[in-house]
Design a protein. Structure first.
Length: 72
């Protein structure tokens, strides 16, 4: 995603189209900081993937979510 220009154009276009249709976009599989930066530049609504967090049990996830919300 971060190296192929044609891939970047496709992703950016899909996000823009979804937003024009009033649809929120979730980017799944974000695994690197560079991917996170790029997808945020495209104004993606939500990101998920191992770069953000590995799967967590519910109690740990709740604590993680509260901690990340306090960082904003």
């Amino acid at each position: 995603m971060t190296t192929e220009e044609s891939t970047r154009i496709i992703i950016e276009s899909i996000i823009a189209l979804a937003h024009k249709l009033g649809i929120k976009v979730v980017a799944k599989g974000i695994e690197t900081h560079d991917q996170e930066i790029l997808i945020k530049e495209f104004n993606c609504d939500v990101i998920q993937g191992y770069h953000i967090s590995h799967p967590l049990p519910q109690k740990e996830w709740t604590a993680w979510l509260q901690a990340t919300q306090n960082d904003k």
